[in-house]
Design a protein around this ligand. Structure first.
Ligand SMILES: [Zn+2]
Length: 257
C-alpha cells in the first residue's frame, strides 16, 4: 500500500502581508522572533517569505472554538468520525470543533487530483480562504479507511488547523532525503527559495529550531512527512502516528483550559 504523506499548504504570496497581520491580530504571541532570527542568520536579510514562515499562526490563547463543514457531502457517520478525531486534541487543550450545516470555519473535502492529498492551511491562515473553498483535504477518506489512518492523518491535519507547523526531523531521517529532489520539489510546490527548503526540511532538529522552541520531540505527530519520491530509498518518511505526550503538553500550553 502506498502511504500518503502530508503536503504543506501555503497561502499565495500575495496574501502574505494580510496573513501576518491576521495572525498577530488574533494572538500577539504570533509575532516573528525577528531578533532571534537575525542572531541565527547574521547578514541575511529577512524577506517577506521568511517573515511569513517565522510568524506563528496560533489562535487566541483563551480557547479555540471552530465550526466544521463538509463540502462534498460525506455520510453522517463519516462526518461524526472525522470530527471526533479532530477533538482528540481537546483531551488537554481548550479546543472544540463542532459540525455545522451552515457556513463553517474549517471546511473539509476529500478531493484527489491536482489539489488532492492530505493538507490543511495553518491556524489563522484559514481565515483568509474564500468561504466556499476547503481549508483541509483528506483525499479518499471513507468509513472503510483504517482507524489508524484517522488517528495519524486527521489528528495531524487538525494540528495544522490549530496552528501547529511541522516539527523538524532528526538528522538520521534528514540523511534519508535526496537533497536536490527535495529542493526542487519544495521550490516548485511551496514557492520556497533554496535556503528556505534547507531551513524547513533539510535542517535537523538537533541543529536548533529557528523558532527557538525548546521542543525536540521526534515522535511528535507534527513531524515532517516526506513523500517517497524525495527519499534516496523511495520509501516515504512518516512522522509520529498519534498525538504523543509532548504534543498534548504543547497543545495545553498554547490553549490552556
Ligand atoms: Zn503536515
Amino acid at each position: 500500500m502506498c502511504v500518503r504523506t502530508c503536503t504543506p499548504k501555503r497561502l499565495p504570496t500575495a496574501s502574505i502581508e494580510q496573513a501576518i497581520a491576521t495572525a498577530v491580530e488574533t494572538n500577539p504571541l504570533n509575532h516573528a522572533p525577528v531578533a532571534a532570527a537575525r542572531r541565527l542568520m547574521p547578514g541575511r536579510a529577512l524577506n517577506r517569505a521568511s517573515l511569513s514562515i517565522l510568524t506563528a499562526r496560533k489562535w487566541q490563547t483563551h480557547g479555540v472554538k471552530l465550526t466544521v463543514g463538509f463540502l462534498d457531502s460525506p455520510p453522517a457517520d463519516l462526518r461524526k468520525r472525522i470530527v471526533e478525531h479532530m477533538n482528540a486534541w481537546s483531551a488537554t487543550a481548550n479546543v472544540c470543533f463542532t459540525e455545522t450545516n451552515g457556513e463553517a470555519d474549517v471546511r473539509i473535502t476529500r478531493a484527489g487530483g491536482l489539489d488532492g492529498g492530505y493538507w490543511s492551511y495553518l491556524g489563522t491562515d484559514i481565515l483568509l480562504i474564500d468561504r466556499d473553498k476547503p481549508t483541509m483535504n483528506l483525499e479518499g477518506f471513507t468509513m472503510n479507511t483504517p482507524e489508524s489512518e484517522f488517528v495519524r492523518v486527521v489528528r495531524h491535519e487538525t494540528g495544522h488547523t490549530l496552528g501547529f507547523p511541522h516539527e523538524h526531523m532528526r538528522s538520521d531521517l534528514v540523511d534519508l532525503i535526496d537533497r536536490q529532489k527535495a529542493i526542487r520539489f519544495y521550490m516548485a510546490t511551496q514557492g520556497w527559495s533554496e535556503q528556505e527548503v534547507i531551513a524547513q526540511v533539510l535542517t535537523p532538529i538537533e541543529d536548533g529550531s529557528i523558532l527557538g522552541t525548546p521542543r525536540s520531540d521526534t515522535n511528535s505527530i507534527m513531524c515532517y512527512q516526506i513523500p517517497g519520491g524525495l527519499t534516496k530509498s523511495g520509501q516515504p518518511i512518516l512522522g509520529g502516528v498519534d498525538i504523543d505526550k509532548l504534543d498534548y503538553q504543547f497543545a495545553a500550553s498554547c490553549y490552556p483550559k
